[in-house]
Ligand binder design. Structure first.
Ligand SMILES: Cc1cc2nc3c(=O)[nH]c(=O)nc-3n(C[C@H](O)[C@H](O)[C@H](O)COP(=O)(O)OP(=O)(O)OC[C@H]3O[C@@H](n4cnc5c(N)ncnc54)[C@H](O)[C@@H]3O)c2cc1C
Ligand SMILES: *[C@@H]1O[C@H](CO)[C@@H](O)[C@H](O)[C@H]1NC(C)=O
Ligand SMILES: *[C@@H]1O[C@H](CO)[C@@H](O)[C@H](O)[C@H]1NC(C)=O
Ligand SMILES: *[C@@H]1O[C@H](CO)[C@@H](O)[C@H](O)[C@H]1NC(C)=O
Ligand SMILES: *[C@@H]1O[C@H](CO)[C@@H](O)[C@H](O)[C@H]1NC(C)=O
Ligand SMILES: *[C@@H]1O[C@H](CO)[C@@H](O)[C@H](O)[C@H]1NC(C)=O
Length: 535
């Protein structure tokens, strides 16, 4: 690995910059800032978008879109400059100038990256923050919309609901997610069984490439357009905006959230859920969320079943009685409401919360470590019992199980970079959240979530053990400065299966110098001259 790196370095005679990355960084910042001002568009001055550590608002700007406190400590590496683009030309200038001055670029839209990859690097870096670019423009005739990368899902859902009571868009349940990162990593939510992922409903995009050009679907070509719909935007350019196709929904939908503890028969219910959740009609999405709770002086597991049904309670009742009577729903469990209201309920806002909270971009940062898995086979009741026992032992780790099937199964694995399609019963997300500062707490809680992940090995996919890119997890493999293709292939296969190969091909063509990179980006082959990269 070292040898191939050095070989490249001497070829490009930039040994100093690359071997001592922070050397002369200050000097490069000065010339970087000059470069920005020379490239500014006369009608759109860039000075108001530039924050250096000298600026009293620097920390506020940096922290306002950090969602994970693990990357908010005094030892977390800080950017040399933050550019809060006010116009597309600022994005173009930042890309060109950062590249020329060997500064790494971190593009941030909503800042939810689980591993801080949109605002942390071990090399001298600049943050390109897109929160100001957040317009949403509808075309009523085609039921499409252009959505800028800095728009949040809450803003998008709110704007759609203002337009129509019978249109929606399939995307995530967390309302502060930025569409820049969220869509480019796939984007799933509770409409997935009927309409697939966000990326399955994107029809065009504007992207700034490594040369600072703005490309649309036509000029970027189908390979690159394919890659950014699930392969992660950060490897390929900066996405400015997406064109999305809205989907029809009924005016009245039905929501329920019920819980069953082990003592109330949760094991049987979950066992049945594993058989049927992915086979239920596509209008019905039932998430199962097992969590350790205290009942009296005893710890047990309580499994919440949280559901969206695209139809009335009257239609849902016989369906549940036929397909999933084990859940034992009562008529009073069913709440008829509007789709927009369910976006709030899924985000845990109490019933009746005004929809204007969808526009709130603030999210209190917490310490967290999350991981993911996919399940393609049944889990026996005895094994469920073992899993509950392990969870009770760990106590603080909870899990979310999201059912697949229907539309998700009908889309071929290679249609987008997202490969977890036919045959997947459900996806697991493992979650641990904590409030104590310090490395010791961090190691402790991260250890808990890793322990459950290890325990689950026999029940989940293997070779590769599949993971969801939007649930980024550096544990499953990562690369550093002198990364090698073989290192990247480890996480690449887990996130993308065979699509990794095509992603590498696209990357090598559109960004051969590997300017757009992070610890889990798609590698460009020309950087690995000594490796066997043929597959
Ligand atoms: C509380 C919470 C709930 C979540 N719920 C869901 C869910 O329901 N469904 C789901 O699918 N995911 C969910 N996620 C995961 C989420 O989709 C990803 O973290 C996603 O990457 C967030 O996008 P962002 O723009 O907010 O993040 P950022 O941190 O800004 O970006 C994430 C990655 O995308 C890159 N990127 C960002 N913007 C651009 C751009 N404009 N062009 C190119 N690259 C870009 C970044 O460099 C980084 O690598 C959740 C995350 C959290 C923290
Ligand atoms: C900080 O940056 C903002 C925006 O660029 C600018 O308006 C402000 O004057 C700067 N403040 C300082 C102290 O440099
Ligand atoms: C920050 O301020 C110091 C002292 O005022 C100055 O020397 C330096 O050039 C400034 N840096 C930037 C990037 O503006
Ligand atoms: C179990 O979960 C349900 C649904 O989330 C909740 O209403 C109930 O209070 C929980 N029960 C316990 C004992 O925590
Ligand atoms: C926005 O959300 C934050 C974080 O949850 C909260 O503290 C704040 O009060 C909210 N603001 C409004 C106006 O609702
Ligand atoms: C990076 O990946 C390796 C395995 O490839 C793992 O051991 C290490 O812990 C990971 N680093 C981080 C920061 O997670």
């Amino acid at each position: 690995m070292g040898a191939s790196c050095l070989h490249i370095l001497s070829v490009f005679s930039i040994f100093l910059v690359f071997s001592v990355p922070w050397a002369a960084a200050d000097l490069r910042v000065d010339t970087f800032l000059q470069c920005l001002s020379y490239r500014e568009h006369p009608s759109y001055p860039i000075s108001g978008a530039i924050y250096t550590p000298n600026n009293s608002s620097f920390s506020d700007v940096l922290y306002s879109y950090i969602r994970n406190r693990r990357f908010m400590t005094s030892t977390t590496p800080k950017p040399l400059v933050i550019v809060t683009a006010l116009h597309e030309s600022h994005v173009q200038a930042t890309v060109v100038c950062a590249k020329f001055h060997f500064l790494e670029l971190k593009t941030r839209s909503g800042g939810h990256d689980y591993e801080g990859q949109s605002y942390v690097s071990n090399n001298p870096f600049v943050i390109l923050d897109l929160f100001n670019l957040r317009s949403i423009t509808f075309d009523d005739a085609t039921e499409t919309a252009w959505v800028q990368a800095g728009a949040t899902l809450g803003e998008l859902y709110h704007a759609i609901a203002e337009k129509s009571k019978t249109l929606a868009f399939p995307a995530g349940v967390c309302l502060t997610l930025g569409t820049g990162g969220h869509f480019s990593g796939g984007g799933y939510g509770n409409l997935m069984r009927k309409y697939g992922l966000s990326v399955d409903n994107i029809v065009d995009a504007h992207l700034v490439d490594v040369g600072g050009r703005i490309l649309d679907r036509n000029s970027m070509g189908e390979d690159l357009f394919w890659a950014i719909r699930g392969g992660g935007g950060a490897s390929f350019g900066v996405i400015l905006q997406w064109k999305i196709k809205l989907v029809p929904i009924p005016e009245v939908v039905t929501y329920f959230k019920v819980g069953r503890t082990l003592e109330e028969g949760a094991t049987d219910v979950v066992h049945r859920w594993i058989q049927v959740a992915h086979k239920l009609p596509e209008e019905l999405f039932i998430r199962a969320q097992p969590q350790v709770v205290q009942v009296g002086d005893q710890k047990t597991v309580n499994v919440s079943f949280i559901a969206l049904f695209l139809g009335s309670a009257q239609e849902l009742k016989p369906l549940m009685e036929r397909d999933f009577p084990e859940l034992g729903l009562k008529p009073e469990d069913l709440k008829e409401t509007s789709w927009i209201e369910t976006t709030l309920l899924f985000a845990d806002f109490p019933s009746g919360t005004p929809t204007t909270v969808l526009l709130n971009r603030t999210r209190t940062p917490i310490y967290f470590k999350f991981k993911s898995d996919y399940v393609r086979k049944n889990i026996k009741k005895e094994d469920l019992t073992l899993i509950w026992k392990k969870m009770i032992e760990l106590e603080k780790v909870f899990v979310q199980w999201n059912p697949y099937g229907k539309r998700m199964s009908r889309i071929p694995e290679s249609a987008t970079p997202f490969p977890h399609r036919s045959g997947v019963k459900f996806k697991i997300q493992y979650l641990v959240i904590w409030f104590e500062d310090g490395e010791e707490a961090s190691n402790h809680y991260e250890g808990l979530v890793r322990s459950l992940y290890d325990f689950m090995t026999p029940y989940v996919t293997k070779s590769p053990r599949e993971s969801f890119l939007n649930y980024r997890d550096l544990d499953i493999g990562n690369t550093t400065r002198c990364r090698t293709y073989l290192q990247a292939r480890v996480y690449g296969r887990k996130y993308f299966k065979d699509n990794f190969r095509r992603l590498v091909r696209v990357k090598t063509i559109v960004d051969p110098g590997n300017f757009f990179r992070n610890q889990q980006s798609i590698p460009s082959i020309i950087w690995y001259p000594n490796e066997k990269v043929k597959e």
